[in-house]
Ligand binder design. Structure first.
Ligand SMILES: NC(=O)c1ccc[n+]([C@@H]2O[C@H](COP(=O)([O-])OP(=O)(O)OC[C@H]3O[C@@H](n4cnc5c(N)ncnc54)[C@H](O)[C@@H]3O)[C@@H](O)[C@H]2O)c1
Length: 335
């Protein structure tokens, strides 16, 4: 049994609580939240995808703290789950590791690459399990894609396009580009990270983008260059009009098949091969369930996560910064 404490009961804290509620090998022994209504269950955060922010866990016996640092000091907590605004990731991860706790930290790993490297260094000096919640690596249909690429199941990838679009989520954290980093860091990083996961570090990036409605980059289009490799592009943003919903898609063209994922589609994953279309069966659940399942197994087995390392999560922040430089300079940025 892993005894977990969740800090921050906004959208992602409520999502993680919903996952823990379904497991019998995890006990939520403490929660921390500055907003008393969220802390005491009188208000509930909303998600932007159906099934998110379910909360669900029975918190009647959990200790309740108004300040996350007090939860870290709770001796019963073995795993600190940090679902705080991005600028708080560094101080809370380092405090949790100093207190000898395992850590799950929401993405992006930190607000800047320089900050992300502080977490990489702190994790390297600790024997605790540390994982960044890069949920796309675990998302059914996306984990399938990674395996298909690695196995060369349908030949080489010729082209891959990823798309993630939404309306602006609202609220103080997402309205401050200084705090959240705009959609390029907060939303599009899912695809930046997945591109690196599948194809490695690109040789260069060329991006276009604009700021709206925050002062950060809220809609980005990037070409990731791989010399002699696949043609890879991604579009991400939360600049869409209210009511737009949530688009999460990819189209990946292999030598012998084309895979099309659409979260909102009648069939989430379609595989076109030899004139036929297969509706690929996927495991139930969202990436959050699978990432937490993986983390709990890592803790039980006393090993560091390999499916996503904090160094890789930091590298994705660096790549987002290169995309931002490309937008600001109007030039291709070599890596
Ligand atoms: N994996 C994903 O798909 C995904 C999706 C959305 C957000 N995120 C990330 O998760 C993190 C949190 O995002 P969110 O949407 O849940 O934000 P949010 O604003 O909804 O929730 C954060 C909560 O932390 C609380 N808080 C702030 N300081 C605190 C403190 N010192 N002690 C206790 N509580 C404190 C706030 O009151 C707030 O309720 C961000 O880094 C964001 O980028 C990840």
């Amino acid at each position: 049994m892993v005894q977990v404490g969740v800090i921050g009961l906004g959208m992602m804290g409520a999502t993680h609580l919903g996952v823990y509620a379904k497991r019998d090998d995890v006990d939520v022994v403490a929660v921390a939240e500055k907003n008393p209504d969220l802390l005491h269950g009188k208000a509930q955060a909303e998600g932007n995808i159906e099934g998110q922010a379910q909360r669900g866990a029975d918190l009647s016996t959990a200790a309740k703290y108004a300040e996350g640092l007090d939860l870290i000091a709770d001796a019963r907590v073995q795993l600190v789950d940090i679902c705080l605004p991005t600028p708080l990731h560094v101080p809370f991860v380092t405090a949790a590791l100093d207190a000898g706790k395992h850590v799950l930290i929401e993405k992006p790993l930190a607000r800047t690459h320089a900050d992300a490297m502080k977490i990489v260094e702190a994790a390297a000096q600790s024997d605790r399990v540390v994982m960044c919640a890069m949920c796309m690596r675990f998302w059914p249909g996306w984990a399938w894609l990674k395996r298909a690429i690695d196995e060369g199941r349908y030949g080489r990838v010729l082209a891959a396009h990823f798309r993630r679009l939404a309306s602006h989520p609202g609220g103080p954290f997402y309205s401050s580009a200084e705090a959240c980093g705009g959609a390029i860091l907060d939303l599009h990083i899912h695809d930046t990270d997945f591109v690196q996961y599948c194809f490695g570090k690109p040789d260069a990036v060329t991006s276009a983008g604009y700021a709206h409605p925050t002062e950060g980059i809220d809609h980005v289009f990037t070409r990731y260059e791989y010399d002699g490799g696949p043609m890879v592009t991604a579009e991400g943003g939360w600049a869409m009009a209210p009511g737009f919903g949530f688009v999460m898609q990819y189209t990946v063209n292999f030598e012998r098949a084309t895979a099309v994922f659409d979260l909102a589609g009648e069939h989430t994953l379609k595989l076109f091969e030899s004139g036929r279309v297969e509706h690929v069966e996927l495991p139930a659940g969202m990436g959050y369930e699978h990432e937490i399942d993986y983390l709990v197994r890592c803790i039980a087995e006393g090993r560091q996560p390999q499916a996503v390392t904090v160094a890789q999560a930091a590298e994705s922040v660096r790549l987002v910064e290169a995309e931002t430089s490309s937008i600001v300079s109007g030039r291709r940025v070599a890596l």
